[in-house]
Design a protein around this ligand. Structure first.
Ligand SMILES: Nc1ncnc2c1ncn2[C@@H]1O[C@H](COP(=O)(O)OP(=O)(O)OP(=O)(O)O)[C@@H](O)[C@H]1O
Length: 393
């Protein structure tokens, strides 16, 4: 995949370098309410503040109905927010204060949506060329340039041989490649993706998402990508934004959300975690607190201010952080952060086996790396490091 300068010829002739923050997105206090048929209102976006640096891959993640698509559509100009501001690369796209609201065409964003939004009876080539042939765009792109850009974009996404085919003759995966080619041919600084891979089969999905990632890295556009698939989100995101009921619950690097979720909601949504109910006993040492919990006494890392003794907390523990203590090494009395349990179920996941272990009347998911297979009914001791445990309110 080699793509050189994707800016319109006019910009290149001017010798203008793309502004370093051309794809920077700033959203302030954005709100959007829908009114249902029965007159009730839904605050689909309820005060969102978000800054996405240029060239970043930003993923919006959350369960159905949390507002991901609405946020993306507001960015695209397909929905009119009730209030707030959207600014991209220093250009105001939307501002209730100064009554700015650019049309989708004026925003010049690339869009790759779930329903491919391609013209079914037009050829692949014509579909990819389409955004460059509108009345407004014709001022920027000569006919030769459009031809050159279409050919280059089709080659980039490996479907050059399909250029003359009608869309209706293509598979779902191929159609999504056309949508991708159309978005990059235009040379947008920002490309929006709305669950682009949910209609393609699992194998093609994995391959296409790797290609989207590589393409984004190579071309350097800012990507805003909506999904409810957490694996997809973790793989793609530089910045992961978890939404809940129209608000941002937490935003940050995937590792930050995985290791230090701010709530049970985020812990649940990012990775496989159990949240164990506990009560704080007191400070155990620098950055450590002792708790009594459903599964026994634990010492937990608490890098910030320690919660007060007696307060109820949740202890987040990841399936892969448990280690099985070899039988001979398990002392009669359990050591620090050791719990006794019984294997109730197992599932072979390929790279690891995940067990369901009953401990103190509840179950925990345990995915020890590279350990021997454990039979159902097997009694065992599990250990976890305090630094791998995390408290949530
Ligand atoms: N046109 C509409 N009219 C009324 N309510 C709507 C409309 N579009 C969305 N909503 C409501 O707004 C909320 C947010 O919807 P949105 O489609 O943004 O969620 P989402 O996170 O993208 O969900 P999904 O993953 O299912 O697509 C939901 O409660 C939804 O029912």
């Amino acid at each position: 995949m080699t793509v050189t300068d994707s800016r319109p010829a006019r910009a290149r002739r001017r010798g203008a370098e793309p502004a370093p923050d051309a794809g920077r997105i700033v959203i302030r206090d954005l709100r959007k309410t829908y009114t249902r048929n029965d007159g009730t209102t839904v605050p689909a976006i309820d005060g969102v503040d978000l800054e996405v640096e240029a060239g970043t891959f930003c993923v919006l993640l959350g369960p159905s109905g949390c507002g991901k698509t609405t946020l993306l559509r507001c960015l695209a100009g397909l929905e009119e927010p009730a209030s707030g501001t959207i600014d991209v690369g220093g250009r105001p796209f939307f501002d209730t204060g100064s009554r700015v609201s650019l049309t989708p065409q004026e925003r010049r964003l690339g869009m790759v949506f779930q329903s491919y939004a391609l013209w079914p009876h037009m050829s692949v080539e014509k579909n990819v060329a389409f955004p460059m042939t509108t009345r407004r765009a014709r001022r920027h792109f000569s006919r030769d340039e459009v031809r050159e850009r279409v050919a280059k974009a089709l080659a980039t996404v490996d479907i050059a041989e399909l250029a003359g085919q009608p869309i209706s003759a293509l598979s779902g995966g191929q159609q999504q490649r056309v949508a991708l080619a159309r978005a990059i041919a235009f040379g947008s600084d920002v490309v929006l993706f709305d669950e682009p891979l949910s209609n393609v089969d699992a194998k093609v999905r994995v391959q296409l998402r790797q290609e989207i990632h590589a393409l984004q890295r190579e071309l350097g556009f800012t990507a805003v990508y909506v999904t409810h698939d957490q694996e997809e989100a973790m793989e793609l995101a530089d910045v992961l934004v978890v939404l809940k009921k129209g608000r941002i619950e937490q935003a940050g690097a995937p590792r930050q959300l995985y290791r230090t979720p701010v709530s049970r909601y985020v812990a649940d949504f990012v990775g496989t975690a159990d949240v164990v109910e506990a009560t704080v006993v007191g400070v155990e040492g620098p950055g450590l607190v002792a708790v009594t919990s459903e599964v026994g006494d634990l010492v937990v890392a608490a890098p910030g201010e320690a919660p007060a003794a007696g307060s109820s907390v949740g202890v987040v523990v990841r399936a892969e952080d448990w280690r099985v203590v070899p039988d001979g090494a398990a002392a009669a009395a359990a050591g620090v952060n050791e719990v006794r349990g019984t294997v109730r179920d197992s599932a072979y996941l390929g790279a690891a086996t995940q067990y369901v272990v009953e401990v103190g009347g509840r179950t925990l998911r345990v995915r020890p790396q590279g350990s021997a297979l454990l039979d159902e009914g097997h009694a065992l001791t599990l250990r976890v490091d305090a630094s791998d445990l995390h408290l949530v309110p």
